[in-house]
Design a protein around this ligand. Sequence first.
Ligand code: GUN
Ligand code: FE
Length: 446
Amino acid sequence: FSICGTAFHAPKRGELEILSDALIEVGADGGIDQILKPDHPHYDERKSAARASGMLRLLGDGEYLLPGFVDLHIHAPQFPQLGKALDAPLEDWLQKYTFPLEARYSDRAFASSVYDSLVGTLLANGTTTAVYFATRHLDGSLVLAETCLAKGQRAVIGRVAMDDIHQCPDYYRDASPDEGIELSRQFIQRLRALPGNGKALVRPAVTPRFIPSCSDRLLSGLGELLEAEACHMQTHCSESDWAHAYVLERFGKSDTEMLAEFGLLTRQSILAHANLMGTSDFDLVQAKGSGVAHCPLSNFYFANAVFPLRRLLDQGLHLGLGTDISGGHSPSILDNCRHAMTAARALHDGVDARLPAARRGAAPARIMPSEAFWLATAGGGEALDLPIGLFREGMRFDALLVDVNAPQSNITRADNDGLPDIFQKILCNAGRPNITSVWVEGRCVS
Ligand code: GUN
Ligand code: FE
């Protein structure tokens, strides 16, 4: 089929590109075959042909096409906890609320009902790709993969490995390093072989929860598994004061250095948070080509620090956004774009007004709406090394339609709004009512 209308995307870091009245041709395999601008010699002819065959979607007034959003870090089992249990620091929150909840996913029916509702909610919010932590259960984690396949969401999914007897409760722990490694291996192999996953819409990730919850033997075994399986890897890295200090105390080295030593930092790795990394840690991440999932809303609750986003955008690290459900209480990547802009502003204008202005924040630290948008789309796609996040020939067609005139819209209209203004208004005020269609691999999924 073909879609004709105006699309916003950010093929380069922080640069908005507007495709006005573009004709986007999507192949039967779900890829973008060709994008024709109105001055293309065959534009009119191809548009008429698509219309004649009933395969043309012509966008109306107020409708705009955006690349699908990429959520680089989300805990699927924590969805029932969304919007509550935010009164404790990370180390207490895990023990008091989160481990008891995650332990319930030994129940397949419970897992299935939560994951069904979660994946539907994310798709309705325009999240076409999600990078999920599941739980430590093999079957329950496969249920998440089956749900994504059934609903058509692109995903990277990890069975969570965690065996440390000090940090993990008896009721929710891999019984030994060997068990943790073996269940992780089986998960990877079974996920790849799931019926309907021939095109690898859903991919596996080696997933040590974070260094504090894993023994040395588990971490080194997972490093070997990662090399053998050549898949993605995800973990939490230098998230909070407590987590960061715990690793320094245990090894005399940072999270990042230890992940590298265990063979866990690759081009396919996604590190969540990274708030307390030092300059040499960031250089190491960049040298390895790993990506960072910035989780701005969650960070307000758990991080004890503001992520230096401006600096890392300028440094050129692979970067994207994560909701970090339920540490973050919104399922929306658009919401997290807004929180990313707000957090950067806090650093820009000074985090401590008692200090002289010159010493408050670092250098100018704000980010632009086009940069938040890049993080949410092309940045996330690039971090995952997948052909998604922008409209270009050869990329997959993962997209959403925003209708600024939708009923219950918060987007205002002014007679002097140009397309860049409308883009900014979408980024600041579009919500679920505005997202009227969502496609993954060319398939309409919401
Ligand atoms: N660190 C270890 N586990 C978790 C988790 O579930 N959420 C967050 N935000 N940080 C973690
Ligand atoms: Fe997390």
